[in-house]
Design a protein around this ligand. Structure first.
Ligand SMILES: [Ca+2]
Length: 188
């Protein structure tokens, strides 16, 4: 059937198949691109939750301070500020600092809540033993380091220096006394 008409028909069929193939491929590529773009924007943690813990540290040492956003550790900047990122929906920020009861805040964030500022984080001081309770065990440890200063050496414990003034005295004892009997986590 090597007639001109047959060759022409065959070529037309080939062109038609190529056209359909290219069109289908193009559609798949387009759909893939849309999926990638949508995925990128849906995954983007566009909402910010900010706060500052500088007053809970001495000399910018944040080793004993941990900030979590949905159980993921958040970096604390040199100035004590932190900026956590999350998506719309429920978000739980948790803060743990040596010597203080842990604190939590549950946020319900909408797409429009681009920035939530928690400000200076205020915690309840007294929990030296890290058992989330302020009791006789904490008082005993505080009294053991009473009247010590950071410059003194071994008797000083940061966990009992609630106001972070590098000395353990009546001010720290007063803080523990006011919080005696409390347990955590507290609500921010
Ligand atoms: Ca103190």
């Amino acid at each position: 059937m090597d007639c001109v008409q047959c060759l022409y028909t065959s070529q037309s069929q080939h062109d038609s198949n190529s056209f359909l193939y290219n069109r289908r491929t193009s559609a798949i590529r387009q759909q893939t691109l849309i999926t990638i773009i949508r995925s990128h924007y849906e995954d983007k943690e566009a909402l910010r939750v900010m706060g500052n813990v500088s007053h809970l540290a001495i000399d910018g040492n944040y080793d004993g301070i941990r900030v979590y956003m949905n159980d993921v550790l958040v970096q604390i900047n040199a100035d004590g500020s932190f900026e956590a990122h999350t998506r719309p929906g429920e978000a739980i920020i948790r803060i743990e600092v040596n010597g203080f009861l842990p604190a939590e805040k549950t946020l319900q964030l909408a797409e429009s809540d681009l920035t939530t500022e928690l400000g200076t984080i205020s915690l309840i001081g007294g929990d030296i033993t890290k058992d989330k309770q302020i009791n006789i065990a904490d008082l005993t440890l505080l009294l053991a380091s009473y009247r010590s200063t950071k410059a003194d050496g071994p008797n000083y414990v940061l966990e009992a220096d609630y106001n972070r003034d590098e000395q353990i005295n009546i001010q720290d004892l007063t803080i523990l006394g006011n919080n005696y009997g409390k347990s955590g986590p507290q609500q921010l």
